[in-house]
Design a protein around this ligand. Structure first.
Ligand SMILES: [Zn+2]
Length: 1078
């Protein structure tokens, strides 16, 4: 019986490495060439000629490989230049946008009180013993010999007062409230309001200098530097007082060398995983110190447990209750040890939001608590209703900077020069609450200090202080005249003097806040112009004359013929022109920028101003112009930046409506929902166009993928973390509840579901193009699946550790195992995965088929040929995805799994509609998806949503650069995965002989980056325009910071992931299948 089919397959076993594939491919090709030559009756078989031809072929291959590498280097050079342009634009805008405050070097001196130069009498208090010396009191009688400051990080005001709502963070710290009510002359408790940003570092600066923060050094949250400005600790040091510090080591970096070494015990501050080490150190060492008060004058104890419990679990957790109870007992024990000469201050530096995080300026974040205690009756209330501490932080709050003059005066040291705060009433009112002369004296001394500072500041800035009605200058004059008048009266009304100077202080503080929110419009304009020019350049770059019409050649026979043609001297010139473009662009950029950079640097050197960068904006603009000129020169026609198709218009509309929307705060607040709407719109349009596809199969597939794309978006949007402004119309699902920072038990199942399903789904996408060969099954079905599975195991261990599921286990055992597991997953995904990606053969199988009856005529078939580029590049995407999957917590991991499926559906939709090469819609949709999944992975454009704890997934303590890297991979997982997927738009369903792939990828990357550059430009422009808007620092400024950060990260990932990945991929495919020309 003859075989029924006309083809019998002699399938080769799946080859394990690409040398084997290459050998099989070459052997098969040689065999075929030999057969063909045999049958060519006219061919002259000449050994000499054949050898010559082989040599020529080898030389041609090397030349093409070299040409590719050169083109790659120039393309990468172009993108590096673009990164520089973006950094210059962002840096200039930021320098003009964020608050700037001039730092003054002046220091207050003990025997020169600020009231010396005032018009009225120097002092309204009668002279006291040791007046004008630190021992007796510089500007005010010294009330206490020493002070103990207990700083409970993130102590929110409502933790300290009775609320009675049953929340686990309420009514667990009652001691301070009770003492204030029971003995008001010994203790008082008041809301303590922080100036944003609410980071501990910034707060410590405010709490010791008495002045306002500058947003510019917000970024240095990870590493503090020494405070140079006049501050309480500096004054104490100059007065010869000894200081001891326990706990959070931020103090040591802010005040290096201030503390008595052998008594101080600093502890690492960033390990938010660890609730107890810092507090235990504080409690262990503070009590022995209370028995040797002769050894110190100031004791600072900084507890971090409450803050860490907030970050790790959120406030509504049993750990928080336990922590607050522990702090309550600690304060009670400490109070018992306070002697008559010691002042005890317990305070928070900031609060925490509903999830236990902080950094921004929402009410919960800025509302902290201040409690002062003295075992001597000292404190008073000017009204009887002030005895009971305020029920909420909205009633009678004090500013945190008010601590600075209060503490300085009580300890007898000068008030730091830059102080803007005022004395706290209870501390000076006397036990009866009637010491108005004392209050007026403290208020006037402080106000005079503020006035002296203002005069110095105006002189340094070269501005004058106009005395218009209601201005600080007018209020000062009024207060002084009140003072002079009252001083001459028999029954002096010191309360009037007190309120007159208080009014002056309030007006000055208000003026300073608005003054320091002043913007440098010139720098902002430079930033906007450079960014806009960069966007125009990219638009021209991506819309330049294309070479997209090249036919794909998927027949090895044709390849052979083409190579022979070229051997005969028929040389296509495509590769030469391609080399020219990026090369000339980079050259133009360099020549354009260099003279101005050099000129600016020389000018700075000559004038000795040190601003070597002064030529940078001009250099950027000139290099942009030079590049644009080159781009136009390379065109035959003037390129149109307007899209030619409906899909192209859709990309433009999505991008532009986003950027226009950023003008509105509610649009910015609801950005996540609006992105979902755009994604759904795309899915609906692609489902409708699918109906017009030629074949039934295509119509079915097109509709199927479109519907899946929409459903996946809807499903992913379930994972969300609401921002404060979205309340109450939003429900957070990223964590177990709105007041938690841990995952719910059901969420722990998600990573396992993804591990079960995603590899199979990816296989389903590779099978139709027969690309599930070579390394693909091992890589996707085993390594990738196992990586996802281990990430699921990690989160189980983490939950077991957080929830204390196994109390009998040795302490830290679970944490140790989970950290090493996380390190292993990340190491495997990023290091071993990258190595495997570099060495992996293309995902193809070589099959030799013989036609029935004609056993001598063999046919070579390569399974997976049609998707050789895309299927192999996919490995790189999966490596990045695995790392982000682990770091994004269970809910975010689930969203990223859906994201991957969406990417593959999008690629199929693009392929079905022939949109892979020339249309901007593919990269634009990837950009939208990347931004959308920024939100589904538990983030918002608000500082408080940064998941700092992700730094501790693979580490026990802060390590550079790994900790910031882990936080970056967690924060920007969406945009990073999207960037890694950009080359797939050009590579998916692409065979080894497709020409100009690098150019197509670079163009796709161009469209993708345009989206983010337009967003950055729009947020800049709107933030600049709306700089007086009430919501500037809450909504617009964080969105600008996010857009800038994403743009820079996308630029970098575009070079080191996307372009580098394409280089590796092309070299691997080219080595096996030969090099297409161009
Ligand atoms: Zn914190």
């Amino acid at each position: 019986m003859a075989p029924p089919a006309n083809l019998t397959k002699n399938k080769a076993p799946a080859p394990p490495d690409y040398k084997t594939i290459k050998k099989q491919f070459d052997a098969a090709k040689r065999a075929k060439a030999a057969q063909d030559a045999e049958q060519e009756t006219t061919a002259v078989v000449d050994d000499e000629q054949a050898r010559l031809r082989d040599r020529h072929k080898a030389a041609l291959k090397i030349a093409r490989k070299k040409s590719f590498e050169a083109r790659w280097a120039w393309t990468a050079g172009f993108w590096l230049w673009m990164l520089c342009i973006h950094i210059v634009a962002i840096a200039y805008f930021t320098s003009g946008f964020l608050l700037t405050r001039l730092m003054l070097d002046e220091k207050s001196v003990c025997d020169a009180p600020p009231t010396l130069n005032a018009s009225g009498p120097v002092d309204l208090l009668p002279a006291w013993n040791g007046k004008g010396t630190p021992d007796g009191g510089c500007w005010h009688p010294r009330t206490f010999q020493r002070a103990v400051i207990v700083l409970i990080d993130a102590l929110r005001y409502d933790f300290t007062v009775p609320v009675g709502d049953g929340a686990r963070f309420h009514d667990a710290l009652p001691f301070m409230y009770k003492t204030s009510v029971a003995s008001p002359e010994k203790a008082f408790l008041r809301p303590f309001i922080a100036d944003p940003p609410t980071s501990t570092l910034q707060r410590l600066k405010g709490l010791t200098t008495g002045t306002l923060p500058t947003l510019a050094d917000l970024g240095s949250s990870f590493a503090g530097t020494a405070i140079e400005e006049d501050n309480i600790l500096m004054q104490l040091r100059d007065a010869g007082r000894r200081m001891v510090h326990l706990g959070d080591d931020t103090w040591e970096s802010l005040f290096p060398g201030y503390f008595v070494g052998n008594l101080s015990h600093p502890e690492d501050s960033f390990n938010v995983w660890d609730l107890h080490t810092v507090d235990n150190t504080v409690m262990k060492h503070i009590f022995p110190l209370m028995d040797r008060t002769e050894d110190w004058d100031l004791l600072v104890a900084h507890c971090l447990g409450v803050d860490h419990a907030g970050h790790r679990y959120g406030p509504d957790h049993d750990e928080m209750t336990a922590k607050l109870r522990q702090m309550d007992a600690f304060i009670q024990d400490l109070t018992a040890k306070i002697d008559d000469d010691t002042l005890l201050i317990v305070m928070g530096d900031h609060g925490m939001d509903a999830k236990g995080d902080h950094g921004g300026e929402s009410d919960d974040e800025v509302e902290s608590a201040l409690w002062m205690y003295s075992s001597r009756p000292i404190f008073g209330r000017t009204k009887s209703e002030f005895v009971e501490p305020p029920a909420t932080a909205k009633i009678r709050p004090v500013n945190q900077i008010d601590l600075v003059p209060t503490l300085s005066l009580l300890l007898g040291i000068p008030i730091p020069f830059n102080n803007l705060g005022r004395p706290i009433e209870e501390a000076f009112a006397g036990p009866k609450g009637t010491a108005w002369d004392m209050l007026a004296a403290a208020e006037r001394t402080t106000a005079a200090g503020i006035r002296r500072y203002q005069a110095s500041y105006s002189a340094a800035r070269g501005s004058d202080q106009a005395e218009t009605p209601g201005s600080p200058a007018a209020l000062w004059a009024k207060a002084e005249s009140t003072y002079v008048k009252v001083a001459g009266q028999k029954k002096a009304d010191w309360a009037a003097v007190h309120s007159a100077f208080a009014e002056y202080q309030a007006a000055t503080l208000k003026k300073c806040k608005s003054l320091w929110a002043k913007f440098d419009l010139k720098s902002m304009a430079i930033g906007i112009v450079v960014m806009a020019s960069g966007v125009i350049t990219l638009l021209v770059y991506v819309n330049r004359d294309g070479d997209d019409d090249e036919e794909a050649i998927d027949d090895p026979e044709l390849d052979l013929a083409e190579q022979s043609l070229q051997l005969l001297g028929h040389k296509p010139n495509a590769e030469d022109t391609a080399v020219q473009l990026e090369k000339t662009l980079v050259a133009a950029a360099m020549f354009g920028a260099f003279p101005f950079l050099l000129g600016g640097a020389l000018q700075a050197l000559h004038s000795g101003t040190g601003d070597w960068y002064r030529g940078v904006p001009f250099a950027s603009l000139v290099s942009i112009v030079a590049v644009l000129v080159r781009l136009f020169e390379a065109q035959e026609t003037i390129p149109s930046v307007f899209p030619k198709t409906a899909w192209g218009w859709m990309a433009v509309i999505f991008t532009l409506s986003q950027s226009i929307g950023f003008a509105s705060n509610s649009y910015t607040i609801w950005e996540d929902s609006i992105l979902l709407f755009f994604l759904t719109t795309f899915g609906v349009v692609s489902a409708l166009t699918a109906l017009r596809l030629p074949t039934l199969t295509q119509r079915t597939l097109g509709t199927f993928h479109s519907v899946v794309f929409i459903l996946l978006g809807r499903l992913a949007s379930v994972s969300k973390l609401c921002r404060e402004e979205q309340m109450p119309y939003c429900t957070s699902t990223y964590y177990a509840s709105a007041t938690s920072s841990t995952s719910a038990p059901w969420q722990l199942v998600i990573p396992f579901l993804i591990s079960l399903s995603l590899p199979t789904i990816i296989k389903g996408f590779l099978t139709p193009s027969r690309s599930y060969h070579g390394l693909a099954p091992g890589y996707i079905n085993y390594a990738f699946r196992f990586g996802l599975f281990l990430a699921g195991v990690y989160w189980i261990l983490d939950a077991a550790d957080s929830g204390n599921w196994f109390p009998s286990l040795r302490e830290k055992l679970l944490k140790n195992i989970s950290v090493y597991l996380a390190q292993m997953i990340l190491g495997t995904a990023l290091v071993a995965g990258t190595t495997a990606f570099i060495w992996a053969p293309p995902s193809v199988a070589v099959v030799t088929t013989a036609e029935a009856g004609q056993t001598t005529k063999a046919k070579v078939a390569i399974l997976g040929w049609g998707n050789a580029h895309g299927a192999r590049y996919l490995f790189l995407l999966l490596n990045i995805l695995t790392a982000c999957f682990l770091l994004s917590k269970p809910m975010g991991g689930g969203a990223l799994g859906l994201f991957t499926w969406q990417i593959l559906s999008l690629l199929e939709i693009l392929d079905l509609n022939s949109l892979t090469t020339s249309s901007p819609i593919g990269p634009t949709m990837l950009a939208l998806l990347g931004t959308f999944h920024f939100f589904t992975t538990g983030h918002q454009a608000a500082l408080a949503t940064i998941q700092w704890d992700s730094a501790f997934i693979p580490l026990f303590t802060i390590r550079y650069p790994w900790s910031p890297l882990a936080v970056a991979l967690n924060t920007l997982a969406g945009p990073i995965v999207a960037t890694a997927a950009v080359p797939l738009v050009a590579l998916w369903k692409t065979d080894p002989h497709r020409k100009g792939l690098l150019e197509k990828v670079s163009r796709a990357l161009g469209v993708f980056v345009v989206y983010f550059a337009v967003e950055a430009l729009a947020t800049m422009a709107w933030a600049g325009h709306l700089r007086r808007h009430l919501m500037l620092y809450r909504v617009f400024s964080p969105r600008f910071m996010l857009a800038s950060l994403v743009l820079v990260v996308v630029d970098i990932a575009g070079i080191v992931v996307a372009l580098a990945g394409v280089r590796v991929n092309t070299l691997a495919v080219g080595d096996v299948f030969g090099w297409p020309s161009g």
